[in-house]
Design a protein. Structure first.
Lengths: 508, 327, 326
């Protein structure tokens, strides 16, 4: 029997509407003291909206929130925090030019008669970081930290509040496994001390490891809430999408790879050393490694955003002088950035214009928009073929879900006729159905005689999607693995252990 | 449909044709003018109105190019001043010199525009500062060169560009040359944005320069081109201003802000990524209609500033309401 | 990551260093010009105090502008406000020393009112700060110009002491400016209010999520800016003995206050910078002006040089910007 007093947080029949879409419809959710309750769902399922309402950032159109049985109404994040709700976001709420301590204490600074107690804040920050097992310097500016470290600062910030309800939104997205494990230990401690913890994540393996109960949201409504003991992974996935886990990654290619599309020899720059790489037609090459292994820099070097300083690159037979993205694109390379909001999309422009962006950039200046290859019909067909769901392709792309936005960026490169597509974290922050669509598109692209390089931190994805993969460590390629490798093998190489020679030069 | 539903549809731009707010404002203001002075419905006065509004409209078209890329050009006012003073000094009353000097003036404008563009795109100086510095510099050059007082003389063939009215035109009767120039500039401006890929590229840069760069948009060249267009339109406006107002050391004073205001009234987003030529044009004629109206009402020159200020804030306020804000 | 060129690495990193660099540069230019033209008198006590005096007006306005730019806003109404306060002060005092205190009070209230209006338009109505402050400024400018002829007057003779008298030949105005500068620096770097200002400018959404009432701080920044401009207006009234509606515009206080703030290292996108850099920027302009005068540079050509220097000064530390700039 659950006593009402044990329920720390209750959200009853919450409804939220935005222009043109119902984000949440009568969703009820509760979390008990001393419980870790996970919420799973596709993007657009409503998880973030629900938490934004709890955090006082949005106001619900219907329903109510109760804390410890008492109804509350939040009109501003300050009220929510004052009530003991602490929400840990994904490093987007940090101030890059301020110190770690200043960030951790943001909004709750220690001040005596208006004057900041800087030493006290730094000391306390150091304590908090130690609790998470981190030795980050509280006086360091956040801009000097890696993304993983910034996420840790974000977590420390959330812990400072001494909250009764802690909400974590995709906390391990930017973390390495060892940091994630430290976080889980911490969460178990907090659970022990009676805090109600809400854990939002796409990572089903983690969710089944850490959660006591799991709630699945789909299309703004709750599907079910069940205790962990009654669930397995398959159930969660089918509740989220209604399809089988095994269908997830695309089937293997039909024939053997063809001629080399990309060939990199002895290339280096400030971050990368002696890179030797070859990708053939029909191949998807995965690139794995830890946060600072240089895999993202490799992608940027090939695309010309942070070019190689020495060595040679050839593409489809000719030399590739990728000194700028524009040069690389002209040679047939496309790029799917890891952060589509920051680096991929022009939010105020239409879906169509975003899909046509590469063409608009690369065709002759005097080409007439909307005619010939730039015609609306042609690109609309592409968008429909990729299953981009939008009421009207002339509407602003900001109104599309993350998954659909990612598909639009894919269309952009498909329309441009690339030979090589470099993708970095291609399915970060998008729902399962869209992920599957992205993988399918990649496979089809490769099967058509082109090649892909997929840089990813998601090991199952890397293993599922790649035909073969290379692993990087400290700016070098330390190993190559064939199809069917295990996560352990990849992790060993990523950590710099078992340094094998790169698996021989590819025979041309 | 209830009034509320209509307002909501307007707000969400679902009424089929999206009505440019500048057009609405212009129709309202010109209507008010006509109420005060019915003659303004006659082609003669209407053309005269357009003739006098032409410099501002031309400046607004140029300003829009820069605003789309997310920047601002504060130097156009002083460019106008420079053009007026330089023309006067260089031509010095000799009609044979008019066209060569005009060519030279466009050359100067190109130098100013490209310099602005290079400073912003290559030296990474924010455009407010870069064009502010350029404004001081160009104004200084203009005053230095002229010694602080109007010198030289503008011959008729120069001035006619700004002030001559053809009296035997079909349909409208009187047709000022300035209006022809205006039409040509607007057509060119529209073509640049809608008939080439320049507009799409500029919008992408203003919306998300990093994404534009990664999609292959030539960001630096596009920015430089935008500033060049802005300065060239300032030269054109200056020639018209010199035509009908004559020479003065404060010829272009304040015009850069008016051009920006015109674009804002026409719906352009000052942060970049949104705006159309029609908006800039309607915004400019609206602003000019406002000035004319206040003039006709006998409002003291001083209070016109106040009204302009209030209209500006209201126009942007309306734009913010229209585009909605996060909940 | 490309290796930073030696030039880039040599550039100052923290705001304090920019301030020091600018100060040294400014003084070098001033001293250099004095020595080169043999006008050693400029380096005397009176000369240096005179230099300090010339930093007061722009300095006060720029202090206020710094707060506003730190919260990623901008204030184009300062020039108008300076003129308005100068005129109002003269009108209210009409030469009567008993009216000094009431006049000053009214002027500060008027300044505060404009600051609140600006702040409200930007923070609560969501109007772009360029347009909001330009518009508000225009409204006030119009009213001022229209009613100026009805507002004759001059400041009380005792009020002139503000600009002309003070201990050891240093006018009270200079002291007030110094005090306000030091106070601002303290507030920004060591108080809760200051930390919140940086937060709001650095990451508005993040600050809000952290529970900070961001609108209040934006309004506060605009309030401070307008009050500073008001003080500058009072100073100018004391210096010129009366005001006209064009003092602000003629001094280009709006755009120059923005220029010196940015030159001093405060970033237009907010969240970074400070008062030390701004004061150094003002000093630079004053020294340049002084140097130009000593070198006999033509008044108009001074403007040309000023424009070029604004661009060059910002270009030098914008050179480190890796991303895009509009």
């Amino acid at each position: 029997m659950i006593m009402a007093a044990e329920i720390a947080l209750e959200m009853r029949a919450i409804t939220k509407r935005f222009p043109g879409v119902v984000a949440l419809s009568a969703v009820s959710f509760d979390c008990r003291r001393g419980e870790i309750h996970a919420i799973c769902g596709e993007n657009g399922a409503g998880k973030s909206t629900l938490m934004n309402i709890l955090g006082g950032n949005y106001r619900p159109d219907g329903g109510e929130i109760r804390l410890d049985g008492k109804p509350v109404r939040f009109r501003h994040p300050q009220q929510s925090r004052a009530a003991g709700v602490s929400i840990i976001y994904q490093e987007l709420s940090l101030l890059p030019h301020r110190t770690v301590a200043e960030n951790v204490f943001l909004g709750v600074e220690i001040a005596r008669r208006g004057v900041l107690a800087t030493q006290a804040m730094r000391a306390r920050t150091k304590e908090l970081l130690a609790r998470i097992g981190s030795a980050i310097d509280p006086g360091a500016p956040v801009s000097s930290l890696s993304i993983a470290s910034r996420q840790i600062v974000e977590i420390a910030k959330g812990l400072l509040l001494d909250a009764r309800i802690l909400v974590l939104d995709e906390p391990t997205a930017a973390l390495e496994d060892r940091d994630a494990q430290k976080l889980f230990t911490l969460l178990r401690d907090l659970r022990q001390s009676g805090i109600a913890i809400v854990y939002i994540s796409h990572r089903l393996a983690e969710v089944t490891e850490i959660a006591d109960r799991i709630t699945v949201l789909k299309d703004g409504a709750k599907v079910w809430t069940k205790p962990r003991s009654e669930i397995d992974l398959g159930m969660i996935v089918s509740a989220m999408v209604g399809r089988d886990l095994s269908d997830f990654y695309p089937k293997r290619p039909a024939g053997a790879p063809g001629a080399a599309i990309l060939s990199v020899r002895d290339a280096s720059n400030a971050a990368l050393h002696d890179i030797n790489l070859e990708v053939r037609a029909g191949e998807i090459l995965g690139v794995g490694g830890l946060e600072d292994s240089g895999k993202a820099e490799l992608a940027r070097a090939i695309f010309g955003d942070a070019p190689f300083a020495s060595g040679s690159i050839r593409i489809a037979g000719g030399a590739l002088d990728a000194h700028s993205p524009r040069a690389a694109i002209a040679a047939g390379v496309g790029y799917l950035p890891s952060d589509r909001k920051l680096e991929g999309l022009a939010m105020k422009q239409s879906v169509r214009d975003n899909a046509l962006l590469a063409l608009h950039a690369m065709r002759r200046l005097l080409s007439i928009p909307g005619r010939g290859g730039l015609a609306a019909d042609a690109i609309d067909k592409q968008l429909v073929a990729r299953n981009v769901r939008a009421a009207d392709f002339g509407q602003q792309i900001a109104s599309l879900s993350g998954g659909n936005q990612q598909k639009v960026i894919l269309c952009r490169w498909l329309a441009h006729d690339c030979r090589l597509l470099v993708c970095v974290e291609p399915t970060r922050g998008i729902d399962i159905a869209a992920k599957a669509a992205v993988y399918e598109t990649m496979r089809a692209f490769a099967d058509a005689g082109n090649a892909l390089i997929v840089v990813s931190s998601d090991l199952p994805e890397l293993i599922g999607v790649s035909d073969r993969l290379v692993v990087m460590h400290e700016g070098r390629i330390v190993g190559e693995l064939p199809r069917g490798s295990t996560e352990e093998e990849i992790m060993r190489l990523s950590l710099g252990l078992g340094c094998r020679d790169p698996a021989g030069r590819e025979s041309a | 449909m209830s009034a509320r539903a209509i307002l909501r549809a307007l707000r969400q731009r679902r009424l089929g044709v999206s009505i440019n707010i500048g057009l609405v404002v212009f129709v309202a203001l010109y209507g008010a003018i006509v109420l005060v002075q019915p003659n303004y419905l006659e082609p003669g006065l209407a053309m005269n109105f357009l003739r006098r509004a032409a410099p501002l409209v031309i400046l607004a078209v140029g300003a829009l190019y820069v605003i789309l890329t997310g920047g601002l050009d504060l130097s156009v006012g002083s460019t106008v001043t420079l053009v007026v003073l330089a023309a006067s000094i260089l031509i010095n009353g000799d009609p044979a010199r008019t066209w060569p000097v005009i060519l030279l003036l466009y050359g100067m404008g190109l130098v100013i525009g490209i310099s602005n563009g290079v400073i912003v795109a290559f030296l990474k100086v924010p455009s407010i500062i870069a064009t502010l510095g350029m404004m001081l510099l160009v104004n200084g050059v203009a005053l230095s060169w002229s010694g602080g007082a109007p010198r030289g003389d503008l011959p008729d063939n120069f001035r006619n560009i700004g002030r001559l009215v053809l009296t035997d035109a079909p349909v409208v009767g009187s047709l000022p040359i300035a209006v022809l120039v205006l039409a040509a500039v607007v057509a060119l401006g529209w073509w640049g944005l809608a008939g080439t890929l320049f507009g799409k590229r500029a919008l992408a840069i203003g919306d998300n320069p990093r994404a534009a760069e990664l999609a292959g948009v030539p960001c630096r060249a596009t920015r430089v081109a935008a500033f060049a267009v802005s300065s060239l339109s300032a030269v054109t406006a200056g020639i018209l201003v010199g035509g009908f107002s004559g020479v003065s050391v404060i010829a272009g004073k304040g015009m850069e802000m008016q051009a920006i205001a015109a674009c804002v009234i026409g719906g352009a987003d000052l942060l970049g990524g949104r705006g159309v030529i029609a908006g800039a044009v309607f915004g400019a004629v609206s602003l000019f209609a406002l000035f004319t109206l206040l003039n006709l009402l006998g409002l003291p020159q001083a209070l016109r500033d106040s009204v302009q200020g209030a209209v500006l804030v209201l126009a942007v306020g309306a734009s913010v309401w229209r585009n909605g804000k996060a909940t | 990551m490309t290796a930073a060129s030696p030039f880039r690495r040599a550039l100052p990193r923290r705001g304090g260093s920019i301030a020091s660099l600018l100060t040294i540069l400014s003084l070098a230019i001033y001293v250099g010009a004095a020595l080169a033209t043999g006008q050693i008198s400029q380096l005397s006590y009176e000369g240096v105090v005179g230099l300090a005096q010339r930093t007061v007006a722009l300095g006060l306005v720029a202090l206020g502008q710094t707060f506003v730019i730190l919260v990623a806003s901008i204030d184009l109404s300062v020039a108008t406000l300076v003129s308005t306060v100068a005129v109002l002060a003269s009108f209210l005092m009409k030469g009567d020393p008993a009216m000094i205190a009431p006049a000053v009070a009214v002027c500060l209230v008027v300044s505060a009112a404009l600051g609140l209006v600006n702040g409200a338009l930007v923070a609560y109505a969501g109007v772009n700060s360029l347009i909001a402050t330009l518009g508000a400024g225009l409204v006030v400018q119009g009213v001022l110009a229209a009613s100026f002829t009805y507002l004759p007057g001059s400041v009380a003779p005792q009020f002139l002491a503000l600009a002309y008298k003070g201990p050891f030949g240093v006018s009270y105005a200079i002291l007030i400016f110094a005090a306000l500068a030091l106070g601002s620096s303290f507030v920004l770097s060591r108080t809760l209010f200051g930390a919140r200002i940086f937060a709001v400018g650095g990451n508005l959404a993040g600050a809000r999520l952290a529970g900070i009432r961001t609108e209040r701080y934006v309004v506060a920044a605009h309030l401070i800016c307008s009050l500073m401009a008001g003080v500058a207006g009072l100073y100018l009234a004391a210096r010129l003995q009366s005001g006209t509606p064009w003092i602000g515009r003629d001094g280009i206080y709006d755009l120059e206050s923005i220029a010196v703030t940015v030159i001093g290292g405060t970033v237009l996108s907010g969240g970074r910078g400070g008062v030390a850099g701004t004061v150094a920027g003002v000093l630079l302009f004053a020294c340049l002006d002084g140097a130009f005068n000593m070198l006999g540079v033509d008044a108009f050509f001074k403007q040309v040089l000023r424009g070029a220097i604004v661009i060059a000064a910002v270009a030098v530390h914008a050179a480190r910007t890796k991303g895009h700039v509009a």
